[in-house]
Design a protein around this ligand. Structure first.
Ligand SMILES: Nc1ncnc2c1ncn2[C@@H]1O[C@H](COP(=O)(O)OP(=O)(O)OP(=O)(O)O)[C@@H](O)[C@H]1O
Length: 319
């Protein structure tokens, strides 16, 4: 049974943008389904922020078409603006206001009215664990609290599509996990998330689909699993109960690397179901019993490197 196909929240064809003679987006196509998380990855300077700024109506574009939440980006920018939220590198938090004042100000901008605005602010302060800090100036907030306030401010307008530009850069692991949880809850409620991140682990955790941008073009689009299967390095590890089993399997499977001490074989594989089924069929036909099977797929760092020739930013940082 297949579920009804969801609608596009973001549909982009042939999007182009240059700054002077520098082409940053050289004909980008994207289709992001409603209620999913889409992550745009790419090396520094690849054009991720430019894409977010264009799709969120902050800057214009030179060619192509885009529909956001059903509205044409060029023809109906106000309708697009009303349907989206943007948060990330360019934070909307005003340091001279308290958390609560920031939220009430946002509610005013959305014409919610005093009572409704206050109610919404209180609800968001609670949801983002900021009630205790509500009357403190935002300038005293930690990085994690600030990001939460920023996202809470974005949610005042009840956006259907949210652009998150590097939402967890610089956050400690606990704050990052809290942000991930919030993002998951938003998606579960039907919101569409467009995420840029320099942490491939974050894209892997959150994204239903990922696109990799390099030198103005999308060099790959797919689910995290599809992208990982597309690069070499994947293998299946088989462990056997005794040396006889290991020997028999090595003979049956041919080109594999073996570890006699651990009684394991490492079989190159994309880790997909058809490949696994074929492998198990061969073993069964040869009447060989396997004690344990594990699939090892390359991680997104391997994908990123294979596609762009650059290590990911987060990897580079630890070098
Ligand atoms: N307003 C601008 N004027 C001129 N060049 C710009 C402008 N904005 C961005 N660029 C250039 O466009 C390219 C893409 O920048 P962008 O910030 O979109 O990249 P990014 O992928 O988000 O990078 P990062 O991960 O470093 O944030 C860069 O070479 C940048 O210098």
């Amino acid at each position: 049974m297949t579920s009804a196909p969801s609608r596009s929240a973001i549909a982009v064809t042939g999007l182009r943008k240059s700054f002077g003679d520098k082409v940053v987006l050289d004909g980008i196509d994207l289709d992001v389904r409603e209620g999913t998380t889409f992550s745009l990855l790419g090396p520094n300077g690849a054009g991720k922020t430019t894409a977010v700024r264009i799709l969120s109506t902050l800057i214009g574009f030179d060619g192509g078409q885009a529909r956001i939440a059903g509205h044409d980006l060029a023809e109906e920018p106000d309708a697009v603006r009303a349907a989206i939220g943007v948060t990330g590198q360019f934070s909307a938090v005003d340091d001279l206001l308290t958390g609560e004042e920031n939220l009430v100000l946002m509610a005013d901008l959305h014409h919610l009215g005093r009572a409704e605005g206050g109610r919404r602010a209180a609800e968001l302060l609670d949801r983002f664990d900021l009630t205790e800090a509500a009357t403190k100036l935002a300038s005293t907030y930690s990085g994690g609290m600030r990001r939460r306030l920023d996202l809470a401010m974005t949610l005042v307008g009840d956006p259907r599509v949210i652009f998150l530009d590097e939402p967890t850069t610089g956050l400690d692991p606990r704050s990052r996990r809290m942000m991930w949880q919030t993002i998951r809850e938003l998606v579960a409620s039907g919101v569409t998330i467009f995420l840029t991140t320099q942490y491939l682990e974050e894209a892997d955790e959150l994204a239903d689909r990922i696109a990799v941008l390099d030198r103005g073009k999308l060099v790959a689009v797919g689910t995290p699993e599809e992208l990982k299967r597309g690069v070499p390095g994947g293998h299946v590890r088989l462990r056997f109960g005794d040396a006889a089993g290991l020997d028999a399997a090595a003979r049956a499977l041919g080109d594999v690397s073996r570890d006699d001490e651990a009684l394991t074989l490492q079989v190159p594989s994309d880790g997909g179901v058809p490949a696994l089924r074929a492998l198990l069929d061969r073993l069964e036909r040869a009447a060989i019993e396997v004690d344990e099977l594990s699939v090892h797929t390359p991680d997104l760092d391997d994908v990123f490197f294979a596609l762009t020739g650059h290590p990911s930013a987060a990897k580079e940082a630890v070098r």
